[in-house]
Design a protein around this ligand. Structure first.
Ligand SMILES: *Cc1c(COP(=O)(O)O)cnc(C)c1O
Length: 365
């Protein structure tokens, strides 16, 4: 069996050890005589899976007791709507637009009130993050929304906004569990799991308890559709209805891998920093390929680059795929290439990609 190096932005690679464990447990989950795909979500086996997955997430991300963790369907995109629907109590919120997903989040916010774009890096083609200390935040904002790592443009926040009394809401879809996070800086953290945690089909929201039980200005909590009300799932241990059982199980396996094989998020961060350095150092040491991002804001997870010519970009992606490096094509909005190097990408995948890039450069420069 030949496994490729998959640089997809999401759904993306999973740790091989996790896939093997899922395979070993596929037909008979720990003596239950059933697959997790088949079992009742009210069974004692699944009850143990969901509880231990939540507990592991709490340990790995160091989530304090006054935050609830919930497993949601509808992806991160549905969170774009749930955030204003549940939290825009003053009828206004501040949004920082640093790419496509934060723009979409602001557009959803505008359906429920005033979504004020208080800063944007659009004029710099999203190659940097605005200085968060210099932003004129609104005094009446219900929350400040950011996208912590910009999957398409390959940028990330180095510092996050901290305004007294105004909760910070962050989309962490493409960097969650790649490094330690100080959860206490946030009112709500949400992420789709298909980038760095599990197969597609689920989003996780981590919400500070005092933000629950409210609604956007003009609404009351009972007017929020049941499945879009954070309190519905967060108040019933994500078991109000049938949860995405397989995704939750796989999330548990990945968290177990992070905790016991990797050694936690500080260890993961060291690995990810070293991996990204190999690629950025290579990019900085030649002038055939170009990465447009301001160095300070370079993402550790999504590395974008171009050759001097869009036709060569195409040839690069085709030749790379033939050599076993797949899904390197950049997002349709930006073109060029993007190597997504999430937790599960082994260091050797990046070493080999760099060797391939150098070979391609020599052939075409
Ligand atoms: C992929 C992604 C999304 C969209 O996630 P879905 O689960 O497809 O809705 C949102 N935000 C960020 C930062 C992403 O990387």
């Amino acid at each position: 069996m030949a496994r490729v190096y998959n640089f997809s932005a999401g759904p993306s690679m999973l740790p091989e050890a996790v896939l093997r464990r899922a395979q070993a447990e596929l037909l008979d989950y720990r003596g239950s005589g059933q697959s997790v795909m088949e079992m009742s979500h009210r069974s004692k086996w699944f009850d143990d899976i969901i509880k231990s997955t939540e507990a592991a997430m709490r340990r790995v991300l160091n989530v304090p007791d006054n935050y609830k963790i919930g497993f949601f369907q509808g992806g991160a995109t549905q969170q774009f709507a749930m955030v204003p629907l549940n939290f825009m109590t003053t009828g206004a919120a501040d949004y920082i637009v640093t790419g496509n997903f934060s723009k979409k989040a602001a557009e959803e916010g505008a359906k429920f009130g005033e979504a004020r774009v208080v800063a944007s890096s659009k004029d710099k083609n999203f190659t940097c993050i605005p200085d968060v200390a210099a932003i004129p935040y609104s005094a009446d904002a219900s929350y400040i929304h950011i996208c912590q790592n910009n999957t398409i443009f390959g940028t990330r926040y180095v510092e996050v906004p901290q305004v007294a009394g105004v909760p910070l809401v962050a989309d962490m879809s493409s960097m969650i569990c790649s490094e330690p996070v100080d959860v206490t800086k946030y009112g709500c953290i949400y992420f789709g799991v298909q980038k760095n945690i599990a197969p597609a089909g689920m989003a996780v929201a981590i919400v500070r308890e005092d933000l629950l039980g409210k609604a956007a200005k003009g609404l009351t909590p009972d007017r929020i559709p049941t499945m879009m009300n954070y309190t519905t799932l967060l108040g019933s241990d994500s078991m109000y209805n049938t949860p995405p059982c397989w995704c939750i199980y796989m999330t548990g396996l990945v968290l177990d891998w992070l905790e016991h094989d990797v050694g936690g998020l500080a260890a993961m961060q060291a690995v990810n920093t070293a991996k990204a350095k190999v690629l950025y150092d290579y990019l900085d040491g030649q002038d055939f390929y170009h990465n447009p991002v301001e160095k300070r804001y370079r993402s550790l997870m999504n590395v974008t680059f171009t050759t001097p010519d869009p036709e060569l970009d195409k040839a690069f992606c085709a030749e790379a795929a033939a050599a076993g490096f797949v899904n390197l094509k950049g997002h349709r909005l930006v073109g060029g290439m993007r190597a997504s190097i999430y937790n599960a990408m082994p260091a050797e995948g990046i070493d080999k990609l760099v060797a391939f890039m150098e070979q391609f450069r020599k052939a075409h420069a």
